[in-house]
Design a protein around this ligand. Sequence first.
Ligand SMILES: *Cc1c(COP(=O)(O)O)cnc(C)c1O
Length: 390
Amino acid sequence: MSHLMNTYLQLPVTFARGEGVWLWDEAGKRYLDALAGVAVCGLGHCHPKLVAAICRQAGALIHTSNLYHIGKQEQLATRLALLSGMDNAFFCNSGAEANEAAIKLARLYGHGKGIDLPTIIVMEKSFHGRTMATLTASGNRKVQAGFEPLLTGFARVPYNDLDAVTQVAVHNKNVVAILVEPYQGEGGVNVPQASYLQGLRHLCDQNGWLLMLDEVQCGTGRSGKWFAFQHSGIVPDVITLAKGLGSGVPIGACLARGAAAKVFKPGNHASTFGGNPLACAAALTTLQVIEEDGLLRNAWELGDFIRARFKAQLAGLSGVQEIRGQGLMIGIELSKPCVGLAEEALRKGLLVNVTSDKVVRLLPPLVIQRAEAEQVVNTLSDIVKEFLMA
Ligand SMILES: *Cc1c(COP(=O)(O)O)cnc(C)c1O
């Protein structure tokens, strides 16, 4: 009997070792990893520069406390500010915690403006995490059911619908912020119209709201730019990061700019582990390798390549609704639920997953090369065709 709490439906495999886009299970069978630990292992598995940096830092200093200055943390904040256009950073250990920080920041910002019951606009089909505030913010009943009472202070509108946000502005004077994913991940790899973030930026400017972007999944290079908002020409007030930032060493970040960067004061927020030397060394090295190895460009080019190849193989088949995404966030929406597809792919040595019941999702490492991408497309196309014929 397992002594683990029954929180995951796990596939029947235990991995023992990884290198680049490849994983090996305990029996020595090899798998092509097109999921990267759910958008975490952007550098692939056990990138030598990352392994060396982690070992070096572990030998020097692993943890002290935020009661003291942490050099690597200050370096990482400076680097992220430079890359994102934000002013400062708060470090934590996960995506949910990064969003918790953003939600607390928005509420405090509202109180500072004399709004006693601050409200944050959030989207249908969104995913922001599993803590009470972030599951309340998430637009998925499955994530919330059974955990009521939920928090107050959120107003939900459809994703990619600027008119709906405008309506909230007319009726609700307590709004202080919008929290939104530039591209939705868990909700089915949803890509909004090109002008969506610009429209949200405009509404935030008109109303004095903070634009807070959850880039936990689409950030850190996955979209083909450092951050997904950089495709839209706007600058947000708050950005949350986690997943790919530490390449598997847990780290999350809440970045802020302008008025939002001045909200937190000593005592308002904290984390014991947040931004410790080991996690910051992993994040700094992740950013360094993304730059040195040209991984933004690779994510952009290989993403386009993979989508084009899937379209050539699958588009037009009855049962294939849409092939979409941005950079190395790729979704293939089928017309019927296909959760079993992930296990079939596993048997054939390919790691993918299914989100939103009928969207096959790929989040390959940013280091994936053309031949590996071809193999992903060919293997998965065969599986999808077999599934649709069955
Ligand atoms: C995964 C994810 C989160 C939650 O991150 P955790 O590290 O699991 O807490 C939040 N937002 C988005 C967009 C995510 O994809």
